[in-house]
Design a protein around this ligand. Structure first.
Ligand code: DX5
Ligand code: ZN
Length: 219
């Protein structure tokens, strides 16, 4: 079995102590930094942008997993590559020419991810799954941290896992939203490879231990 990964979402970190929280993740057993970029159009919220990502990238020592919740993401692919993103995930619902977008992301040397809103069927990825490195399955409606996990995610994960195997794709399945110690094991059992966790990590008493516990639960 492959090692299952944990990606703390900095959206839930303390922005007034961002360097401290980035260093905490560096020192922890976490695998990736998950960065949520929101434009106030694709989702109702606005998170943070380029100057903040640049500051994070200067301190972060692990993979930068960037989740774009923005319209027309093609405009910014090169910018995010230049900022040091390793994975760049766009929303299926925001891309008219998804295949082209994926090639453009890979052309800039990044791993290409596609995020699916809770209402979007995994079957829609059948024709692109071989070009995708990472599927970010939203288990809440995107836009905010701290929401409750949507239960039919397990079913969607198993369906997606079947498509990945059937098509011989190497895509990883990432779960984003409401992840905690209660649903983590069931998610990896259904086929998940990467768990994003925001509030569960950063709002806990000891985020380093919370990450360690999550890693133990899923591996
Ligand atoms: C939601 C974001 C998530 C969010 C997860 O739109 O994509 O990455 O930060 O936060 P929690 O783990 O608190 O649901
Ligand atoms: Zn996210």
């Amino acid at each position: 079995m492959n090692t299952k990964l944990v990606a703390p979402s900095l959206l839930a970190s303390d922005f007034a102590n961002l360097q401290r929280d980035v260093e905490m993740v560096n020192q922890s057993e976490a695998d990736w930094f998950h960065l949520d970029i929101m434009d106030g159009v694709f989702v109702p919220n606005i998170s943070f942008g380029m100057p903040v990502i640049k500051a994070i990238a200067e301190h972060a020592k692990k993979t930068l997993d960037v989740h774009l919740m923005i319209v027309d993401p093609d405009r910014y692919i090169k910018t995010f590559a230049d900022l040091g993103s390793n994975n760049l995930t766009v929303h299926y619902e925001a891309c008219t020419h998804l295949h082209r977008t994926l090639q453009a992301i890979k052309g800039e040397g990044m791993k290409a991810g596609v995020a699916l809103n809770p209402h979007t069927s995994v079957n829609l990825l059948e024709d692109t799954i071989q070009d995708i490195d990472l599927v970010c399955m939203m288990s809440v409606n995107p836009g905010f941290g701290g929401q409750s996990f949507i239960e039919n995610t397990y079913q969607k994960v198993s369906e997606l896992k079947n498509i990945i195997e059937k098509k011989n794709s190497k895509a990883l399945i990432e779960i984003d939203g409401g992840v905690n110690a209660t649903n983590a094991k069931k998610l990896v059992d259904a086929g998940a490879d990467v768990l994003v966790a925001g509030s569960f990590v950063f709002k806990s008493e000891n985020p380093t231990n919370t990450i360690k516990n999550l890693k133990e639960i899923i591996n």
